[in-house]
Write a new protein. Structure first.
Length: 48
């Protein structure tokens, strides 16, 4: 049903991402988010 609404064959699309890639990507994303949060917090606290 969703394929008819989206005008695409979503069942035919295959996302080939290995589990290790998901784990490494998630870890890198979390590290980047932490560094960015620390940078924003340090800039914000410096202005007080």
């Amino acid at each position: 049903m969703a394929g008819n609404i989206m005008f695409s064959d979503w069942q035919g699309m295959i996302w080939n991402v290995p589990l290790l890639g998901v784990v490494i990507g998630g870890a890198l994303w979390a590290l980047f988010a932490g560094v960015l949060g620390w940078l924003i917090a340090s800039i914000y606290n410096r202005q007080l």
